[in-house]
Design a protein around this ligand. Structure first.
Ligand code: 5GP
Ligand code: MG
Ligand code: MG
Length: 180
């Protein structure tokens, strides 16, 4: 285990099994369709890469980056598009692929954006859900694991741009962000 972690919550095998399960659910629910999966950079990049390999209906993928916590472990509440989609979502079955839902502010903004851009349907897939952090009433349509009120890193999730490469997910020791 990485020395900056307090403990591991989900090992590689557990993550991969859940991603396979979520891919199978999407394959069932989108049978006969060609959904557009939108990966929310950068946190969802690893999840997205593994998820699409577990979906057996035709899919298209695109990417979007929005501002979130910056270098902090608390949400600022302000959401801003840093990098937008390559193609329009009008008439598409959109699946927003997120790493984690905490306050829900990011997802509420993204869902509204996709509806405003006239997507035919909008669903949300998030590998992690932290319901204790919620500030707006929004739930992912597909959620992998519920996590406690702690700051987690690994498998795409960072603290100050680090730890994204860990193949497992764990709780960061609090003295790491206390000392910067
Ligand atoms: P929101 O608060 O808007 O629901 O979440 C915004 C983003 O904050 C998430 O997509 C994720 O990138 C980041 N975030 C929320 N909770 C955590 C966490 O426990 N660890 C990490 N590394 N990022 C988080
Ligand atoms: Mg994210
Ligand atoms: Mg981050």
């Amino acid at each position: 285990m990485h020395p900056d972690l307090e403990r591991i919550l989900f090992d590689e095998e557990t993550l991969q099994a859940k991603v396979a399960e979520m891919g199978a659910a999407l394959s069932r629910d989108y049978a006969g369709k060609t959904p557009l999966l939108i990966c929310i950079l950068k946190g969802a990049a690893l999840f997205m890469a593994d998820l699409v390999k577990r979906i057996d209906v035709p899919v298209e993928i695109d990417f979007m980056a929005i501002s979130s916590y910056g270098q902090s472990t608390k949400s600022s509440g302000a959401v801003r598009i840093l990098y937008d989609l390559e193609r329009p979502v009008e008439g598409r079955d959109v699946i927003i692929v997120e790493d984690i839902v905490d306050t829900g502010l990011t997802l509420a903004y993204l869902r509204d954006t996709m509806i405003r851009r006239q997507a035919a349907s909008v669903k949300i897939v998030s590998l992690f859900d932290k319901p204790s952090g919620r500030k707006v009433d929004i739930q992912p349509d597909y959620a992998g694991f519920t996590v406690p009120d702690a700051f987690i890193v690994g498998y795409g999730l960072d603290y100050a741009e680090r730890y994204r490469n860990l193949p497992y997910v764990g709780i960061l020791k609090s003295d790491i962000y206390a000392t910067g």
